[in-house]
Design a protein around this ligand. Structure first.
Ligand code: ZN
Length: 210
């Protein structure tokens, strides 16, 4: 009897933990003509793009009209796809400024924006305007640059969004939760796009030791 209770308790705790870490879309406002802004943020290799794609796919399956944008500067893999590191790709439109997102958002329900940190300072205004028009806006981007400083328009986006989800990577040195993107080479250029060879996720302690 004790054993069964233990299993029930473990399942309940697991369920509770999941509820605490997962973004639950059923909490979002589903009333007609009510938009909102969601931000998915964290370090490199924390699964931001995977989470963005998961939310967009679910909207698409439900028959909602979805448009996806990314900055023209992010040309690592493909010009026409939002690509995450596990090659779980979804088609997107590269744009050179946040103003163009407004122009390209026609009759749609959901807007996804990837690599938001590389957009200009007007991106929060654009996102809030879209939400005010009744559109669900889902933004994914790095919260900090390689020096641990807030990145581009992300702080303003996080401050004005209804929902903010911080995702974490695993520290490559000690295995704790990581939220810094440490650059492995000496370049000081902020706009260095790269994969595993250029960056490693580190926790606070290991980042400070570097
Ligand atoms: Zn560490």
């Amino acid at each position: 009897m004790n054993g069964i209770f233990c299993i029930f308790a473990k399942v309940a705790i697991k369920h509770l933990n999941l509820k605490l870490i997962m973004f639950l879309e059923n909490k979002a406002n589903r009333e007609k003509n009510r938009g909102w802004v969601e931000v998915i943020t964290g370090s490199m290799f924390s699964g931001k793009t995977e989470e963005l794609i998961r939310r967009l796919r679910r909207a698409k399956i439900a028959g909602q009209r979805v448009e996806i944008f990314k900055p023209l500067v992010d040309t690592r893999y493909s010009l026409s796809e939002v690509v995450s590191h596990n090659a779980n790709a979804i088609l997107s439109t590269p744009v050179d400024s946040s103003g163009n997102i407004m122009l390209l958002c026609g009759d749609i329900d959901v807007v996804g924006i990837d690599e938001a940190q590389f957009f200009d300072v007007n991106l929060p205004v654009v996102c809030n305007s879209l939400a005010n028009m009744g559109i669900r806006v889902i933004v994914a981007g790095l919260d900090m640059d390689f020096q641990g400083k807030p990145f581009g328009p992300m702080p303003q986006l996080m401050a004005t969004a209804e929902y903010v989800t911080k995702v974490h990577a695993i520290c490559m040195k000690c295995g704790n939760l990581a939220h810094y993107s440490h650059r492995l080479n000496a370049s000081e250029k902020l706009l260095l796009l790269g994969e595993t060879s250029d960056y490693e996720p580190l926790c606070r302690t290991c980042f400070q030791e570097n």
